[in-house]
Design a protein around this ligand. Sequence first.
Ligand SMILES: [Zn+2]
Ligand SMILES: [Zn+2]
Length: 404
Amino acid sequence: MNTNLVLYNGKVVAETTTLENGYVAVGNGRILGIGEGPVPKEYKSYEPIDVHGKVISPGLIDMHTHGITNIDFMNASYEEVENALREYAKYGVTSLAPTTLSNPIDIIVRQHKLIREVKNTSSVGAMIIGTHMEGPWLAARCRGGHDLVYLQSPQPEVVDHVLREVGDILASVTYAPELDNSVYLTEQLSLHGILPVFGHTEATFEEAQASILAGARHVTHMYDTTLGYKENPEEALVMMPGMETAVLMDDRVSIELIGCPVHVPKPFFKFIEKVKPHNKTIVVTDSLVGTGLPEQTVLSYEDGHQVYVEDGVLRMINDDPAINGNLTGSAVTLNVALRRLKEYAELKLSRAIEWASLNPATALGVERRTGSIKVGKDADIIVMDEDCVVSLTISKGTVVYDNM
Ligand SMILES: [Zn+2]
Ligand SMILES: [Zn+2]
């Protein structure tokens, strides 16, 4: 229920400053007031929430996640999507971009329509910002967990069909800029206000630059399935600049890292913090169905293969010892990803939070209404401790998770 609330006695991580002992007043789904010290008289009639010195942070935004607690956005029903939104709230996520994997185009379109239906008719848990379509326009050699049989180049008539059917719900599309017609795809996405994103790619510097010129502004899980450099075929041991050089040189392009040391070796977190503008660094989960399940839980897929959950990743179960235990995806939650980012990049918590709130909001063009604690913005707020253990989640002024 949407009531007037005032959270107090907390460390408020506001957009431009951190208040060591402050309050945040919320009403009509918006942030009405922020301040230092005791709650002023004007908010005395509001329902008080003493946060006992914990951190009052903007809600977290996951712009790349495939599912949680046995729910996969690629095949979820309406009710399952709603249940997933409740689950995300437990980990401090107030907004997300449900992400689909490579599949036949009609099935992908069907799922985006279903997620649009949930967004338009439901308001439980975390909010859907828009959807993220990852695949099938990806490079075969860099496909990672995407099924080879579905991969294709973006044919203009297919691109037009997708945009006609679900262009209004798409927030972002990940594709490999070396594929045929990728400049056409990039231009069409830009024209529709959809974020064009590089991923699963071995593009050359020139191919990446051509797509940046056409509007590409973000990189999906950098250092996973993104081949940055290639050897010059004519000069042994001479490296040619690739996609990585193009995106690190261009300050308009944001970089996303999975908050997981198995997917992203730790030094890369500090490296991206150092080389990218402060509003272009983003942490995501890229989480799959095993997320939020107990350690060692075994999951079985329709095609018969099995995986298990271990320390924020999914690993394969196979009779062949050569591949048994291989990494098959992420199962990290965004609050844990945030804690790891803070540790690996040696950041203050307030700075790390920007990677998971204001920066993804900015990349997706929703920073005017969410992504930070600022008067007038939506009341998307969480309470957590310094280790990012979440105890309260408020989405547009409504408490959607309470473990205070
Ligand atoms: Zn991927
Ligand atoms: Zn993904």
